[in-house]
Design a protein around this ligand. Sequence first.
Ligand SMILES: Cc1cc2nc3c(=O)[nH]c(=O)nc-3n(C[C@H](O)[C@H](O)[C@H](O)COP(=O)(O)OP(=O)(O)OC[C@H]3O[C@@H](n4cnc5c(N)ncnc54)[C@H](O)[C@@H]3O)c2cc1C
Length: 307
Amino acid sequence: MPTEIISKSNRGLISENHPLAPLTTWRIGGAAARLAVPADLEDVWGLMRLALDRGWPLFFLGRGSNVLIDDAGLPGLTLHLAKSLQGLERHGDTLRAGAGVSLPRLAQAAARLGFSGFEFLAGIPGTVGAAVRLNAGAEGDTLAGVLKRVWVATPQLQLLELQPGELDLGYRASLLLNFPHWLVVEAEFNLAHPAGPEAIKTRMAELIAQRKTRQPANPKSCGSVFKNPPGGPAAGWLIEAAGFKGRRLGDALVSRKHANFILNHGRATAAQVKALIADIQEKVWRTQGVALEREVVLLPEDLACAV
Ligand SMILES: Cc1cc2nc3c(=O)[nH]c(=O)nc-3n(C[C@H](O)[C@H](O)[C@H](O)COP(=O)(O)OP(=O)(O)OC[C@H]3O[C@@H](n4cnc5c(N)ncnc54)[C@H](O)[C@@H]3O)c2cc1C
């Protein structure tokens, strides 16, 4: 069981040796050496300062729908944001959302207000902060289409305001990939396209229904493991052509319905998923000459440096 301690430097509770698998959609991975749920932005600063003072590596976790956490867990301090920074307010012709707001909640809020452009977010099971980092998208739309500006907390304890032009938003990419210890704390979105709430809700329901027909029913996945290569066939097609549909390594299984999904079919480990990812990359490269780039983030590997 995790031990809970109160840090003197912040108001939030820090839990030691906290299991992370239940906080991810894959349900895979070890424990966080320390996990904190920041109460608010002030608390974020306190926790960042604490990590800086103690030399702890710092990790961020939203709804855990795009990460593979190592079986050995994470050292340092993990900030869990899925229940933090939940503000969601209209300011004239914009909507401001805290980093922890879920994308379906954001889409529903825009629909209720009668603004279109957010429907594609209704079926993406992540948070606003992580979605900015990767310019989340679906059906040809991306966050870049509605984003007005974001506020980012840096480990140097600065609050930066960044415009979309400065964020260098591309296909599942942004400037933030180069700064993994910058924490998105809030984002502002344009409410630019008025539409009837019922029509918007109907469109959201259609998009969610389409997902159900294309994606596996097993919810224990991270969505697409790989990015689609630019200009080429989709990653799922390449993986299927390389013969991986239904391939299993332990309890890690390449979906038969959509080969870019690796499912946790029971008690899959991070080691099994990583081995399967490496096998796929190697075979697709050898047989089709395409180097598949991961979309999913490996923790701690992808962010393993102290703040
Ligand atoms: C079934 C399924 C379907 C999916 N479909 C789509 C889709 O259609 N389109 C799409 O784009 N994605 C899709 N995804 C992937 C995922 O939902 C998105 O990438 C989402 O934006 C991740 O949000 P999260 O809160 O779960 O991030 P997490 O997985 O918790 O974190 C992902 C990365 O973001 C970082 N991070 C988290 N919060 C912050 C923050 N506040 N500031 C800075 N960095 C942060 C983490 O350190 C980590 O590196 C899907 C996933 C699943 C499981």
